[in-house]
Design a protein around this ligand. Structure first.
Ligand SMILES: Cc1cc2nc3c(=O)[nH]c(=O)nc-3n(C[C@H](O)[C@H](O)[C@H](O)COP(=O)(O)O)c2cc1C
Length: 180
């Protein structure tokens, strides 16, 4: 798939067909994510890949709110994304933030990584749903996520059912960009 095709074809999927995604495919997605740029190459993004049936069901039923549970009813895998706090955007020697954005840079880096992760998924025929609505406390315990990491999204991974609705409309270039 050409790059332009990947970015056009990717859309959030809220209806999965239950077909499993292999650990190798998930690993390829993580490998692609690692090619993303990050603040001083700090690489603070972390991935918790949930592929076993029992754990997938626990993440779905214990971590996600009802709406997201329904959307991921037959998703065969989840990738929980976090970043290590106080590194990206921070001065190594003083531990102080380099500017007003602070840990926003860690989140920025993770977003760049996640975009490559889901785009690689699309190239491999795998669909995804990024979810920001999730229970951080339950995730921390369930996956033993260290305290120095900020949990961001849970990404459902799988294959879409046939005939899902079209991708939502985008704003025009005029609405979002100014040229000088
Ligand atoms: C940071 C972030 C959090 C999101 N959280 C949720 C969520 O909790 N539940 C959901 O159904 N969709 C969620 N989405 C998906 C967005 O609704 C979706 O990306 C947007 O409507 C554009 O549609 P598209 O992804 O199909 O292009 C989230 C997306 C992002 C980037």
């Amino acid at each position: 798939m050409e790059f332009q095709e990947v970015i056009k074809a990717r859309q959030s999927v809220r209806s999965f067909n239950g077909e499993p995604v292999s650990a190798e495919v998930v690993e390829e997605m993580v490998l692609a994510a690692m090619e993303a740029p990050s603040w001083k190459n700090s690489q603070t993004s972390r991935y918790y890949c949930v592929t076993s049936e029992n754990m997938v069901e626990r993440v779905r039923s214990e971590v996600l709110p009802g709406f997201n549970q329904n959307s991921t009813a037959k998703a065969p895998a989840f990738i929980v994304t976090t970043f290590k706090k106080n590194i990206s955007g921070f001065n190594k020697n003083t531990g102080e933030p380099d500017n007003e954005v602070g840990n926003g840079w860690g989140a920025y880096d993770l977003g760049l990584h996640d975009m490559l992760l889901i785009a690689k998924g699309k190239e491999l025929g795998v669909d995804t749903l990024i979810m920001g609505l999730r229970d951080e406390k339950v995730l921390t315990e369930l996956l033993s996520i260290p305290e120095d990491e900020q949990i961001m999204s849970v990404i459902a991974v799988g294959y879409a059912t046939e005939g899902i609705s079209a991708k939502p409309k985008r704003k025009s270039v005029d609405e979002i960009a100014r040229f000088f």
